[in-house]
Design a binder for this molecule. Structure first.
Ligand SMILES: [Zn+2]
Length: 108
């Protein structure tokens, strides 16, 4: 998502620059009249916004990746730092453990 926005922003900026070059080259011809400075400014603003959004999303994405580093060993669900399993699997494993110790006690 962030990469797409960054690419889109850069391409829009290239397009704006290309339009500016065309506008400057054919300033005294009809094609130069079509491309106005207002249009160029608007295109540049859109390109800048897309790049900015892409950068912000990328930073947020990196932040989220750092937070969601720890995952459940069974189902890969993101879990808090220091934990081994998600709530559901932790309960199942503890339950199994309890059953095992109980059955061992019964055998004795
Ligand atoms: Zn799990």
């Amino acid at each position: 998502m962030s990469a797409t926005l960054l690419r889109l922003g850069l391409w829009t900026m290239i397009l704006a620059l290309a339009l500016y070059v065309i506008d400057e080259t054919f300033a005294d011809q009809p094609i130069g009249e079509i491309i106005s400075m207002t249009l160029l400014t608007q295109v540049l603003v859109v390109a800048g916004a897309a790049i900015l959004a892409g950068i912000v999303l990328r930073i947020l994405g990196i932040g989220a990746k750092v937070v969601i580093k720890n995952r459940c060993r069974v189902c890969r669900t993101p879990i808090p730092h220091g934990a081994l399993y998600c709530r559901a699997h932790l309960r199942t494993i503890l339950h199994d453990e309890e059953d095992r110790t109980h059955s061992t006690r019964v055998r004795r």
